[in-house]
Design a protein around this ligand. Structure first.
Ligand code: RUB
Length: 320
């Protein structure tokens, strides 16, 4: 919800914030691109008459977007990139700086995903089967690049309760011509022997190499390690969580209980508590490789790359 003292925001920004909050727009990279574009829309449609009013409106826009989903760090990283480049001594100059930064951010996202895809594809061999969890555009970029290299890849796709994002993955893999077997989440262990790689995305990567991704990723990784199946995480560097460099933990989003059980079913069951965490943390020891646009890394070495990218901490320009 918008702070009552905050300046009014344009419809496009409100619509984007609502779409992210309701998961019509979802997946970390997609959320980041939408947030950058919403800031550009807000800059274009401003009625601010002073540079101070413009800056305050853009900060309010940043706060509105920031509050929508807590776990995917690509969202604050997008805000940081765009608002950190807001510069100028007139309103038109400030507007251009935001629009240009948003364009540059979206271009970087696309390029990074293509580059990451090529790196990930090199880990996949002709004839390999991957097991997926949830729906990750970064993970799918690896499969797509492998297919473009002429490799036959097939997939076992976990449906990913409670919202069944696996269905999106299955559809997009079929569009690439990849054979797909859809399984319930609890069947994953049974099929791990038939799988050459577990391939997942990430919402956030912590400084210790821990991977925050859709709930169920950590259990899958533990099972895969026990079976000797390599676990590959595809994550652009915008998924790196700068706050974890200074000891902060990543907040795990708790989603509506009705995603698990309807009010009617619940009343029928009796007096129960329901918990619906959207994400979990896979400890680095269960991850074989984190594939980024800058190459592949063992999780333990991620901290070095993070320090190069962020220094020791990261600013929050929407709070200033
Ligand atoms: C999506 C999810 C994805 C990551 C990575 O969760 O966990 O694996 O966001 O996606 P939700 P991408 O459906 O709750 O948003 O690689 O596209 O950034």
């Amino acid at each position: 919800m918008t702070d009552t003292d905050d300046p009014a925001l344009c419809d496009a920004l409100e619509e984007t914030a609502e779409a992210i909050a309701t998961m019509e727009t979802r997946g970390a990279a997609t959320i980041a691109a939408a947030a950058a574009e919403a800031l550009a829309e807000q800059a274009r449609e401003t009625d601010a008459e002073s540079t101070a009013a413009f800056r305050e409106t853009m900060r309010a826009a940043g706060r509105r977007l920031y509050d929508t989903r807590p776990t995917a760090v690509s969202l604050p990283n997008a805000l940081r990139y765009v608002l950190g480049r807001m510069d100028g001594s007139t309103v038109p100059a400030l507007q251009s700086s935001v629009v240009e930064a948003a364009d540059a951010f979206r271009t970087r996202l696309d390029t990074a995903q293509d580059e990451l895809g090529s790196v990930g594809a090199n880990r996949l061999r002709d004839g390999d089967t991957v097991m997926t969890h949830c729906h990750s555009t970064d993970a799918l970029a690896c499969v797509e690049a492998a297919v473009e290299q002429g490799k036959d890849v097939s997939a076992i796709v976990k449906e990913t309760r409670p919202r069944n994002q696996g269905h999106i993955t299955a559809r997009q893999l079929r569009e690439m011509g990849v054979p797909v077997t859809l399984v319930v989440d609890s069947a994953a262990r049974r099929y791990l022997d038939e799988v050459d790689h577990v391939l997942v995305g990430a919402d956030s990567i912590a400084a210790d190499g821990g991977v925050v991704n859709k709930i169920g990723t950590s259990g899958l990784a533990v099972n895969a390690r026990e079976r000797g199946t390599p676990i590959m995480v595809a994550a652009q560097t915008i998924k790196f969580h700068p706050d974890t460099l200074t000891g902060h933990t990543v907040e795990i989003e708790m989603r509506d209980e009705s995603e698990l059980v309807s009010d009617e079913e619940r009343a029928d069951i009796g007096d129960i508590d329901v918990e619906n965490p959207a994400f979990d943390v896979t400890p680095p020891r269960y991850v074989d490789a984190i594939v980024t646009e800058s190459g592949q890394f063992p999780p333990e070495s991620i901290v070095t790359l993070m320090r190069e990218l962020f220094g020791e901490s990261a600013a929050k320009p929407w709070e200033e």
